[in-house]
Design a protein around this ligand. Structure first.
Ligand SMILES: [Zn+2]
Length: 236
């Protein structure tokens, strides 16, 4: 079997799923390359926890929600996320979950369950998979807790947050986007809410609010990458 695999590798060399050049390393069985990995900037351990909203607002019912970010959203990390979303590479999203899950585990994060940020039905049909859900499955496996995918849904079709430049537009766009499925209970639970990218934090904050309103004890947000110039924590 090993010989067959080696022969196949020579005949059909695998390409890095991020840059398309020859792969020389794999992460969680996903072929990538050392050059791409070297370009991905891991946020130092003491700067990974931030506050969820980059622009806290007066009257926020859940101020100071914690957000954990692994990588700086630039360079090859941007390419990687672009490949996931527009190249329909679900395995890359699972790799992102693998890296995030291992980072959370190494940093001693304990939760009762993982909930991925859902996509709207239209966006899910367009992409064929939910990148946050693919990440959540890997994270739940690494943290050894369940992943709950039907608890919150996204009935409202919203614009892509990245298309909106103004913070208040982003907050309005996402407001009321999520609904809670009453067939589930998150009462008393500490939930890890997962998304691929966090910029203003509005999406994670809105989904957290829905979980907290429905009995969750605590919500920790996490994202594979973030690009904010942090106003409420140390910059990186
Ligand atoms: Zn590469």
């Amino acid at each position: 079997m090993k010989i067959l695999k080696e022969a196949l590798d020579i005949l059909f060399p695998q390409c890095c799923l991020i840059c398309g050049k020859m792969s020389d390393v794999s992460i969680n069985k996903v072929p990538v390359c050392k050059k791409c990995l070297a370009d991905m900037v891991l946020i130092p351990k003491y700067q990974r926890w931030q506050f969820c909203l980059s622009e806290p607002y007066k009257g926020d019912r859940y101020p100071g929600l914690p957000l954990y970010i692994c990588f700086v959203y630039k360079g090859k990390v941007t390419d990687l996320i672009h490949r996931v979303k527009f190249g329909q590479r679900a395995e890359l999203a699972r790799m992102m979950g693998y890296l995030t899950g291992n980072s959370l585990k190494a940093d001693g994060v304990f939760v009762d369950a993982v909930i991925p940020i859902p996509l709207s039905y239209g966006r899910l049909m367009e992409r064929g998979f939910n990148q946050a859900e693919e990440m959540g499955i890997e994270i739940s496996r690494i943290l050894n807790v369940p992943v709950l995918t039907g608890v919150i849904s996204r009935p409202k079709e919203t614009k892509r947050q990245a298309e909106l430049t103004d913070d208040s537009q982003r907050a309005r766009n996402i407001s009321g986007a999520f609904s809670f499925n009453p067939n589930y209970s998150v009462y008393g639970m500490t939930i890890l809410l997962v998304d691929d990218v966090a910029t203003t934090g509005n999406t994670l904050h809105e989904a957290s609010s829905v979980l907290l309103e429905n009995g969750a004890d605590n919500v920790l947000c996490c994202a594979f990458a973030g690009n904010r110039t942090v106003k409420n924590a140390e910059t990186y």
